[in-house]
Ligand binder design. Structure first.
Ligand SMILES: Cc1ncc(COP(=O)(O)O)c(C=O)c1O
Length: 388
């Protein structure tokens, strides 16, 4: 009789270790009811503070109908973009995004994750330098690793330390880039993008920015944090996702034609992956068309997030900075943050507990995501329920 395969045993041991540390995770089946409400796996109706659908666009009738309006009569694209997977719907979405971002061109990826990995790993190589914020999204971190470039991780948002690293090392690299989220996905605070722009001019740096949580939410027309801060340098390589405020799925990069032509040839997560579904492109176009008319929703979200931060601070919580719809409530430990999330669930609110490896061990937090469908009563109730 053969002995059991040792790999399965070692995986089991690793899972048990994670469970002992309170870090085991698994998928559960949730049923969305509306942008505001969700039904938990055990059938409870909860106020939903765990979605990135900040403008509730994934529920918008125009966005829903657009997916079914494909004149080619099909949903999926059927092939990668350099073969036959790039259709008129994809081209039209590219044009809409270029107009939103005010760049010459854009390129579509199957997800925001694929866009980040593809851009960073194809622009930088072993002779180059990457300066990466400590709290960047996992996909930017993986892009840095795949690139084989020398990577310096700087303390979160710390411009002085970044300047020190850049001034010490810039001379030793061919190309050099600052790599950052614009709105940080877990802490909800904002990158000092104007300061990075100045540094880039001084030290000849490229600027790779992931606007995943800023697209739709910031800027007069909803283009993101760079638009909000009037950052117009031609050094920006803007990455976005269609999966958050746009309410669909897929990623994109915006920049000059030479950048896009290069990525079309060199970004492996673009070249070797099926194009996003045609129906998804049509829905994303409808969303992008709606964005510029949603300045009131952006303003209300901003006001709600500032007010919620202040009220949570007043009752003794340490909360994340900035004014994004991601309001983080810091907790001293894994066990405490899990207990807080469970108590909120019992009070009728879904707010996810964020633990390592998503955040560092000293950065456990409740991540409250606001969206345009929440009511004042929802927010009042949440604050009351947060009196732990
Ligand atoms: C900051 C950030 N970048 C990129 C991604 C990945 O985007 P997508 O979900 O479209 O793959 C996410 C989302 O999970 C994110 O939070």
């Amino acid at each position: 009789m053969s002995e059991s395969y040792s790999l399965w045993e070692s995986l089991d041991t690793e899972l048990q270790d994670r469970a002992k540390a309170g870090l085991l995770r698994s998928v559960a089946t949730w049923s969305p009811i509306s942008a505001r409400l969700i039904q938990s796996p055990d059938g409870r109706k909860l106020i939903h503070f765990g979605s990135n659908d900040y403008l509730s666009l994934s529920w918008h009738p125009r966005v829903l109908c657009a997916a079914a309006s494909s004149s080619s009569g099909r949903y999926g694209a059927g092939a990668s973009p350099l073969l036959t997977g790039h259709t008129e719907a994809h081209e039209s979405l590219r044009r809409h995004l270029a107009e939103l971002e005010r760049t010459e061109q854009t390129l579509l990826f199957s997800s925001g994750f694929a866009a980040n990995v593809g851009v960073v790993s194809s622009l930088a190589g072993k002779d180059d330098l990457l300066f990466s914020d400590r709290l960047n999204h996992a996909s930017l971190i993986d892009g840095c690793r795949l690139s084989r470039a020398r990577t310096f991780v700087f303390p979160h948002g710390d411009v002085d330390e970044l300047r020190r690293l850049v001034s010490t090392h810039r001379g030793s690299g061919r190309r050099a880039f600052v790599v950052t989220d614009s709105v940080f996905s877990m802490d909800g605070d904002l990158a000092p993008v104007r300061a990075y722009e100045n540094l880039a001019e001084q030290y000849d740096l490229g600027l790779i920015v992931d606007e995943a949580h800023a697209t739709g939410v910031y800027g007069e027309r909803g283009a993101g944090l760079l638009e909000e801060n009037q950052c117009h340098s031609d050094r920006w390589i803007k990455i976005g996702t269609l999966s958050k405020a746009i309410g669909c799925s897929g990623g994109f990069v915006a920049g000059p034609s030479c950048l896009i032509n290069y990525l079309e040839n060199a970004a492996r997560s673009f070249v070797y992956s099926t194009s996003m579904p045609i129906g998804n492109c049509l829905s994303a176009i409808a969303s992008v068309e709606l964005l510029s008319g949603m300045a009131n929703e952006r303003k209300s979200l901003r006001e709600a997030s500032i007010s919620l931060r202040q009220r949570l601070q007043k009752i003794g919580h340490r909360v994340g900075g900035g004014d994004s719809p991601i309001v983080s409530i810091y907790s001293p430990s894994v066990s405490e943050v899990v207990a807080w999330s469970r108590r909120l669930l019992e009070s009728g609110f879904y707010v996810p507990a964020i633990r390592p490896p998503t955040v560092p061990l000293d950065g456990c937090l409740l991540r409250v995501s606001l969206n345009s469908s929440h009511t004042q009563t929802d927010l009042d109730g949440l604050v009351e329920a947060c009196r732990f």
